[in-house]
Design a protein around this ligand. Sequence first.
Ligand code: ZN
Ligand code: ZN
Length: 263
Amino acid sequence: MPSPLLTRITHALHTFSHAAGFDVRRCTACGAPCTPEKSAPLMAREDNSPLCEACADSMRPRKGGYCTRCGLIFADESLPPAPCADCLKNPPVWDSLTFVTVYQNDLRHGMLRFKFHGALEQGAVLGELLAERCLENRKAIGTPDAVVPVPLHRGRLHERGYNQTLELARPVAAALGVPLMQHLLRRTAATPHQIGLSKEQRNRNLQGAFAADAAARGKSVLLVDDIMTTGATIQAAVQCLRTGGADAVHVAVVGRTPDMIAR
Ligand SMILES: [Zn+2]
Ligand SMILES: [Zn+2]
């Protein structure tokens, strides 16, 4: 039985924290107060990841104005999704691409906090968004045998403490009801950061960067990554899985950079 004094202190603390807004749920992306009435119904499986209306709006899946094969962003979002001229001539090595939206604004901030500042709750939101999008795109993806995150090299994993693509792949696998098989693809070489490199330099860096497990043979795989920029990393990973005998390789990424380097 708590003492009357303890009860009074607890009550006072509760009142104070309520007044100070400590017990208000906050938007996982920007930290703004986010009451159930004010959080946006962005995701079908909303649980502990509320988003304020502004963030939900800027992370809303892109409905149109992009290439269905490589995700190239067209200026006009009202255009129906369709393959770009490049992809009609040279289709990408993957079987399908699913992405949430353009890598900018709140989505970009969220991703940076998730990748570089340990904001795992942010990763959970992004993973849920990607899972929803994969469910929407089920017709193209089908039912893969495995969801595989693009692996990080041991050194980078050690630095960061977690593999961000694995955190994104978990909710995707759960939503599709497909096993997560991270062992199907290994990172064999640490590749330097790719920022600012030419396409040739990127490709050279990525040669032999991945190794596929023998168990990839005959499987249909959904490969999950965080961001697609030039697509060089994803292309190297897809090619490795294909060489390893994978039947089909689909790709799912959260963000697609708007400023594409022409392939
Ligand atoms: Zn917000
Ligand atoms: Zn394209």
